[in-house]
Design a protein around this ligand. Sequence first.
Ligand code: C5P
Length: 219
Amino acid sequence: MKNLTIAIDGPAGSGKSTISKKIARELNINYIDTGAMYRALTLKILKNNINISDKIELHRILQDTSIDFRDNHIFLDGEKVDEEIRDNQISTSVSDVAKIKEVREKLVEIQRNIASNKSVIMDGRDIGSFVLSDASHKFYITASIEERSNRRYKELKEKGYNEELDEIIKEIRERDRIDSTREHSPLVKCKDAIEIDTTNKTIDEVVSEILDIINRGGK
Ligand code: C5P
């Protein structure tokens, strides 16, 4: 049977990863969080004080780094970094790393390799438009900036962080701006993606909406 490939794109905090994880479980397929890969590389760059505008230094770090997504965990040079990559400092720096062509080339190659011989649901910004442009199903998940920021605020509060809502709104807005205006593979809603606005919907409602579409054989 042909492998199932599901592309989920959308702006920061739209609920993509929670939704994708649930769908992966329902369909018993692999979930690949490509944002976690860009975050892991950013972690390495910050830890090693790499100057990303120095092409030689950047090239060296890209050659020297292994990033892998396995069993819902992100590995940087063989070490699990699930928690560290969620740090606020990573969130505010990741889009400047992700806009670099050489960075995208390296991570896209890894992503396509992972998806080459199995059924996957992959979430990110350029999955339907570029990474898996011939995916069997494409979705664009969005929500208002207020809703996305509020969700992030609550999530951080539950984890014990005391981030100001205004700061979160600013960070998400800036990340969306960089991600959607960059030169290489910007965040776009591609023509053949189904758009779902999750502003007034629960996660479970969105999950069943997507599963219905997939089970009906829709794009
Ligand atoms: O999905 P998440 O919000 O964790 O992604 C973090 C950042 O990684 C995004 O803001 C974007 O800059 C970058 N990213 C990307 N392409 C992807 C996934 C994420 O440029 N496919």
